[in-house]
Ligand binder design. Sequence first.
Ligand code: NI
Length: 140
Amino acid sequence: MTALTSITRTYTFCAAHRLHTDQLPDDVNQHIFGKCNNPNGHGHNYTVQVTIQGALNVTTGLVTDVETLDQIVHEHVVARFDHQHLNFDQAFQGLTTTGENLARLIWELLVDRIPSGQLENIRVVETRDNFFDYVGDPKP
Ligand code: NI
């Protein structure tokens, strides 16, 4: 059995969203999502924690190439969502902009791009009281 170590890096971006699904009537949306369904939306300072697990490189003492990981997350996640309205993002057409769906989307955006090691967990921290974890299928 191979020992595994993990590293978690933290990234931040600010974005707006509105929780709403066209698949339900307005009053049901209002009931389910409450204030988060207000038509003009609202913003969050999102924190994303990306955890990479892998075998420890005995020479470098590292699990993954952090500098490359930072570049990838900035390019594919932070640059895409920072100061945007999530409801207008192509990936959220027909999908509610919940923290759960955002965590899953970020997993899908990163899973094939990890420089070394495997993506182990995506955590999206939305507010002081809310965070979401997603663990998808590993890289084939
Ligand atoms: Ni919100």
